[in-house]
Design a protein around this ligand. Sequence first.
Ligand SMILES: C[S@@+](CC[C@H](N)C(=O)[O-])C[C@H]1O[C@@H](n2cnc3c(N)ncnc32)[C@H](O)[C@@H]1O
Length: 278
Amino acid sequence: MSDPVFSRLSSGRAPVPSQIDTSVPSIARVYDYLLGGKDHYEADRQSCRTMLEAVPETPLLAKANRAFLRRAVRYLVGEAGVRQLVDIGSGLPTAGNVHEVAQRIDPEVRVLYTDNDPIVLAHGRALLPADETTGLIQADLRDPDAIFDDPETRRLIDPDQPFAVLLGGILMHLEAEEDPDGVAARIRDRLPSGGYLMASNTCDTGEPHARDLARAFAEGGMGSNCFRTREQQLHYFDGLELIEPGLVPNNQWRPDEDFPDPQNPAHALHIGAIGRKP
Ligand SMILES: C[S@@+](CC[C@H](N)C(=O)[O-])C[C@H]1O[C@@H](n2cnc3c(N)ncnc32)[C@H](O)[C@@H]1O
């Protein structure tokens, strides 16, 4: 079932793809549902039910991931002094978008959003500003060069000045043959000295919960969610200096806001870190 509402927006900007299939679950819409948002359809909710049966803490993990993203942005802009952010796999606009968190600290911070899901583009173009500080493109993580060489990226991001790339909950959606290590390496290559890479992903803790959730994700029809070990994920940061406390469960990375159920052992299933290029 397509949704013609999204075929063209009144903003006068480029038309968005007219065929958004709402009968097939989308990672972005499922994540929105887990976060308590409103942009989802029955297929997405059915996928969530499958995951919830496997691991009831799945919404807690999604919220912890989003909270880590907000803290990472506050660290990067507020403490590290970064003024340019590239958010790859940005997801549907939701409360506490990256540009809102960043520009609350400094309105001049530039933010380039990108996602490969057309629904993110449709909602983003309707809800996000497209101005001198903020932009949105449809692009795929598997082709980082296309992201960095896009005219919109070049408009917003000066590649010679430090910038940070945010990979919140996205590398885990690449299969081994899609070479997540190589993709991360190509992104690191693009960072100038003083640039940052943030990544958060589901983690194979060796416990049945991890396998159950990975299986439920696949059975839910959203493609892959590859649970990799912490040691495997450390390679995403090869050659970078890890910012303290390193690669840890999302809720343990410099917690600075009240968060429900911080002691829940399920938090070990989603880990994140920030690395700095020397
Ligand atoms: C779990 S959401 C994370 C959203 C946000 N980054 C966060 O951490 O809150 C993952 C997002 O990555 C997007 N995504 C998945 N695979 C992608 C790919 N190969 N290229 C670009 N975006 C992708 C999905 O559409 C979805 O919006």
